[in-house]
Design a binder for this molecule. Structure first.
Ligand code: FAD
Length: 535
């Protein structure tokens, strides 16, 4: 039987970070298992390749269960199945959230050691920032972080429109303040995507003590007594499973849906559910698969007064020119992630919330993501998401068969406050698009469309059109060992079993008020220090 010191199940945002940090010690043998394949296709590396990424490439093909509070709508839910995971297919937006997010993890959720002051050094350790070097940022780390290369004039008008509404320009959402509109920093370096595969894994792939198995799915964690001792895997093209042994630890990094799925397939989870689906109970942890949170997104789309966005590159001659521009100059539309500007604001200023509860993403075109309408002429999309949802959902097994898709239930809008916040965000997005500064660029709103105004009409629109921002977290949450709903202790050890940790987005007790890639990379950086006994 093949034996390693550490086995990492999932080569996504977190898994590639761990593979790098753990294998830095030449005396330990590390195995990284990834169900998806290599990231050879050029679309993974061109920033604008994102336009194809929610439409089926390198995805598990999952969707939610019917959403009870959204007229039973089923939402498509892209999740990456490729080395680098979400960081190989995402929109490259680099945001961390508010300092208060992490302070609340520690204060309210029992995640001792995860306050902002304690996690900031891990954000900085990851970073190779091309613009900032200050109290909040660093350069020299593995992950490329850059400002947009070829911004369009409509972006500047978007910032002015915000100012006309009293929303200031913010040069750095990850700095002293989060509120305002501005350019996002992006996980790009030299006009190419910087995924954890390219930034963390590729530079160390030659290490003799690191093995990477692609197209190999972990189907079960093997437990002996009260200790995880290995992983059962199935490789593509091979009908038989095999067991690989971990002398020190198994680190589960399969993502917010697949990590609890793998644990539950292994008998680690809520005993009553495991019995229902016929999985023998190894460790009763009711919190596994619970506490699912996500950012639900409502968008407004407007038609432009001319070719002011990247929609014009749908025409062949424009696309050809864009390709040449990118190859020769590393500039132009192909160097754009298509979502390069946005910002953070308040659903209700009167409420005096501690930091913005709405996030905007300006899409430089229409139909960029799966399920979002495409305009006949050039369009522009303004997404809005409610950042601190109160609704909690779950991930459950559909059956004991590891090949079956998980039952994903974000339970959107279960809490009426989330609906209020979503509709307020949509109203703000529409208002921004109507400001005088955007008049040169924006002709008229197409969706939801001027006719729809009342809460009831916008609720109907939301039920039919809302999409996820792909920020699921929380299904293996950090918490005190005494809380039955905690899954891992603050050092990310699974409660009730030795030799097992979870170290990805699933451990976040609450979703940060931002996109979740940078926070996940931070979690993995810190996890490495826990595993190596440095903290
Ligand atoms: C379409 C999309 C757009 C996004 N845009 C942004 C953005 O612009 N900015 C941002 O900050 N965040 C964004 N995100 C979110 C961000 O990418 C995720 O928060 C992050 O990738 C989560 O990291 P993870 O390691 O927990 O999971 P993932 O990155 O999903 O990695 C999990 C990996 O495990 C593998 N895996 C699963 N099950 C198994 C198994 N049984 N055996 C072996 N391997 C397995 C998967 O194939 C995958 O590669 C986006 C996500 C998506 C999907």
């Amino acid at each position: 039987m093949k034996t390693y010191d550490y086995i990492i199940t999932g080569g996504g945002a977190a898994g590639c970070v761990l593979a790098n940090r753990l294998s830095a010690d030449a005396s330990v043998k590390v195995l990284l298992i990834e169900a998806g394949g290599a990231d050879r296709h050029p679309l993974f590396h061109m920033p604008a390749g994102f336009a194809k990424m929610t439409k089926g490439i390198a995805s598990w093909g999952w969707s939610t269960v019917p959403q009870k509070h959204m007229k039973n709508r089923v939402l498509a839910y892209t999740q990456a199945k490729v080395i680098g995971g979400g960081t190989s297919i995402n929109a490259q937006i680099y945001t961390r959230g508010a300092a208060a997010d992490y302070d609340e993890w520690e204060r309210d959720e029992g995640a001792t050691g995860w306050s902002y002051a304690r996690v900031l050094p891990y954000f900085k350790r990851a970073e190779n920032n091309q613009r900032y070097a200050n109290e909040f940022h660093a350069y020299g780390g593995p992950l490329g972080v850059s400002n947009p290369i070829s911004p369009l004039p409509i972006c500047e008008a978007f910032f002015q429109a915000g100012q006309e509404l009293g929303i200031p320009f913010n040069p750095d959402f990850n700095g002293a303040r989060q509120d305002g509109l501005g350019y996002y920093q992006l996980t790009q370096l030299n006009a190419r995507r910087s995924s954890t595969a390219t930034a963390y894994l590729n530079p160390v792939r030659h290490r003799p003590n690191l093995t990477v198995m692609l197209q190999t799915m972990a189907t079960r964690i093997v437990v002996e007594g009260a200790r995880a001792v290995g992983v059962e895997v199935v490789s593509q093209g091979n009908r038989n499973s095999s067991v690989l042994r971990a002398e020190r630890e198994v680190a589960v990094t399969s993502g917010t849906f697949a990590s609890p799925k793998l644990l539950m397939q292994s008998g680690i989870g809520p005993a009553d559910h495991l019995r229902q689906v016929g999985v023998p109970v190894v460790c009763d942890r009711p919190g596994v698969g619970a506490n699912l949170q996500d950012h639900l997104d409502l968008f407004a789309i407007a038609e432009c007064t001319g070719d002011h966005t990247y929609d014009k590159y749908n025409k062949l001659h424009h696309a050809a020119w864009a390709g040449i521009q990118y190859l020769l100059l590393k500039k132009g539309p192909v160097a754009s992630s298509l979502f390069e500007t946005g910002g953070f604001w308040y659903s209700d200023r009167e409420k005096g919330v501690r930091s913005p509860d709405i996030q905007f993403h300006l899409g430089l075109g229409s139909g960029i993501e799966a399920g979002v309408a495409k305009m006949e002429h050039s369009g522009v999309t303004l997404n809005s998401a409610c950042l601190r949802p109160r609704s909690r959902g779950s991930v459950r097994l559909a059956s004991s068969d590891p090949a079956a898709a998980p039952l994903i239930d974000p339970n959107y809008w279960a809490d009426p406050e989330d609906l209020r916040c979503s509709l307020a965000g949509l109203r703000l997005a529409r208002e921004i698009l109507r400001q005088p500064a955007l008049k040169r660029f924006v002709k008229s709103e197409v969706l939801p469309g001027d006719r729809l105004r009342s809460d009831a009409e916008l609720f109907d629109y939301g039920c039919a059109n809302a999409k996820t921002d792909y920020h699921p977290v929380g299904t293996c949450r950090i918490g005190p060992a005494t809380d039955p709903m905690s899954v891992v202790t603050p050092d990310l050890k699974l409660i009730g079993l030795a030799g097992l940790r979870v170290a990805d987005a699933s451990v976040m007790p609450r979703v940060p008020s931002a996109n979740t890639m940078a926070p996940t990379i931070m979690v993995a950086e810190k996890a490495a220090d826990h595993i190596l006994g440095r903290i």
